[in-house]
Design a protein around this ligand. Structure first.
Ligand code: MN
Length: 427
C-alpha cells in the first residue's frame, strides 16, 4: 500500500500555546489534543506522540493496544511524579497502516481513538465520521437522550469521558478500514471540527488532491472561522493498495476483527449501504474488570473547559459570597438598630425596670437590663401591672426614664390618695 500524507498544526487565534501534538511518518499517523494544568496538556500530548514516533512498528492489533496502553501509563506516571502536571491527559486518534501479510489477507488501516479528536474517511465522495466522540454530550447523543442540535449547543460539549493518561487503565476504540485507492483519512483535533462543518471539510478533501495542501487549507479555514482552539490536521491519501481481497465484500464485512475482547460490531445501516468500505470496531479496555462499556461514564473535564469554568466558578463564588456578606451586614445592621435603638419598661423581680432592646429579644439580641428602679410592681395599679408585664415600649432611654418618673408620681399620688382616704375613713 502506498500512502501520501500531509499535516498542519496551528495554535489558533485565541490560545497562547499549542497543546496539540501530531505525528505523520508513514508508520503511524496521530493527533493528540492535550489537557490539564498549565503546561500539562502540552506535556501529555507530546509524551504520547513521542512514544508512538519512537516505535519501530506494531505487532498487529494487539501490538497497537499494547503501545497505547504503555503510552497511557507513561503519561499517568509522569503526572503522579510531577505535582504541577497532576491530572494531565490527552486525546489520541491514530492511524496505523498494516500491509497484507500472512495475518491479514489485504491491506488494512487501523484507527484507534480515545477522546474527541476525530477520524474521517472520504470514500467515493462521501465523508464518513469514523470515530465516536468520547464526550459526555457524545454519550448522551448516542443514548438518544439529546438531539444533535442540543448536542451542538450543550455547555458540557467539551467534557471528555475518556482520555489518555488520566487513569492507570484506558479504554480505546479500534476501527478497521479496508482501504481503496483514492480513500482519504483525516485525523483532526476538535479545533477543526468546532470551526468547520462537515460539508466544508468534505469539499476541501475532494478539491485538494495533495494531502499537504488539504491539511493547510483546513487549518487556514478553521482560523478564518474563529480559530478559538489549537487546530491540528493530518491528511492521509491511499495512493495505491498492494492487494485486493479474493473473496466478496460481503464476507469481508462479516469478518471478526476482535481477538477475544470484542465488545460489539457496529450494526449501522449506513455501513451496509457502503459495502465498498466496511468499518468494524473493537472497543477494548486495558482493565479486564471493565469488560463492558458503561453507558454514561463519569466525565473528565477537559483542560480549557475546566480552566474557564473554574475562573467563572471562582468569580461566581466570589460575587455570591460578597452579595451574601453585604446582605448579611445590612440585615445585621438593621436588626442591631432595631434591637438596640429601643427601650421598654418591664419588670425585674419585684421591681419595675428599664431594658434596652425588644421584649423577648430579636434574633440573637437579648434585651439588656439598663436599670432597676425603686418602684415596686405591687405598688402600681392593676392595669399598669399588666402593661408592665408585657413591656411598655419607649423610643429612647430618656423616654423610658420619663415613663418611670410619671409612674413614680402616679404611685405617690395613689399612696397619698390611699393615705388621705385612710385618714378620711378613720376620721
Ligand atoms: Mn482542542
Amino acid at each position: 500500500m502506498r500512502l501520501e500524507w500531509g499535516a498542519a498544526t496551528d495554535k489558533g487565534l485565541v490560545r497562547t500555546m499549542n497543546q496539540d501534538s501530531m505525528v505523520a511518518n508513514g508508520k503511524v499517523f496521530a493527533v493528540a489534543d492535550g489537557m490539564g494544568g498549565h503546561f500539562g496538556g502540552e506535556v501529555a500530548s507530546k509524551i504520547v506522540v513521542d512514544f508512538l514516533t519512537k516505535l519501530e512498528g506494531f505487532a498487529g492489533k494487539q501490538g497497537l493496544f499494547e503501545a497505547v496502553k504503555e503510552a497511557n501509563v507513561a503519561v499517568f506516571e509522569h503526572s503522579l511524579t510531577t505535582p504541577e502536571l497532576s491530572g494531565m491527559g490527552t486525546t489520541l486518534t491514530m492511524l496505523v497502516p498494516f500491509e497484507a501479510n500472512e495475518e491479514f489477507d489485504r491491506d488494512l488501516l487501523e484507527i484507534l481513538s480515545v477522546g474527541d479528536s476525530r477520524a474521517y474517511l472520504l470514500h467515493d465522495l462521501d465523508l464518513i465520521q469514523v470515530t465516536e466522540d468520547h464526550t459526555y454530550v457524545g454519550e448522551l447523543l448516542r443514548s438518544g437522550r439529546i438531539s444533535v442540535q442540543d448536542a451542538s449547543m450543550h455547555r458540557a460539549k467539551h467534557v471528555l469521558t475518556r482520555a489518555v493518561g488520566v487513569e492507570p487503565d484506558i479504554e480505546v476504540d479500534l476501527w478497521e478500514i479496508e482501504p481503496y485507492e483514492g480513500d482519504v483519512i483525516l485525523l483532526c483535533s476538535d479545533g477543526l471540527t468546532n470551526e468547520l462543518v462537515e460539508p466544508q471539510i468534505r469539499k476541501v478533501l475532494i478539491e485538494h488532491k495533495d494531502p499537504q495542501s488539504a491539511a493547510e487549507e483546513l487549518v487556514s479555514m478553521a482560523k478564518k472561522s474563529g480559530g478559538s482552539d489549537n487546530i491540528t490536521v493530518v491528511v492521509v491519501r491511499v495512493a495505491e493498495i498492494s492487494s485486493l481481497p479474493s473473496d466478496s465484500r460481503g464476507t469481508a464485512l462479516g469478518r471478526d476483527v476482535g481477538s477475544g475482547s470484542q465488545l460489539g460490531r457496529r450494526a449501522d445501516p449506513a455501513e451496509q449501504e457502503r459495502p465498498k468500505s466496511p468499518l468494524s470496531r473493537i472497543s477494548i479496555s486495558t482493565n479486564t474488570r471493565r469488560a463492558a462499556i458503561t453507558a454514561i461514564p463519569s466525565p473528565i473535564p477537559k483542560r480549557e473547559v475546566q480552566r474557564t469554568s473554574l475562573i467563572m466558578k471562582m468569580i461566581r463564588t466570589t460575587l455570591f459570597v460578597l452579595a451574601v456578606a453585604v446582605v448579611a451586614a445590612v440585615v445585621a445592621g438593621v436588626i442591631d438598630l432595631y434591637a438596640k435603638n429601643s427601650y421598654y419598661v418591664g419588670t425585674s423581680g419585684k421591681y419595675v425596670a428599664i431594658y434596652q432592646g425588644r421584649k423577648g429579644g430579636v434574633l440573637w439580641f437579648d434585651p439588656k437590663l439598663v436599670k432597676v428602679t425603686s418602684v415596686q410592681l405591687s405598688s402600681v395599679n392593676q392595669a399598669r401591672q399588666v402593661e408592665l408585664n408585657s413591656g411598655v415600649v419607649e423610643p429612647s432611654l430618656s423616654a423610658a426614664n420619663l415613663f418611670i418618673s410619671n409612674l413614680m408620681s402616679e404611685v405617690n399620688s395613689q399612696k397619698q390618695f390611699q393615705t388621705t382616704s385612710t385618714t378620711l375613713g378613720s376620721g
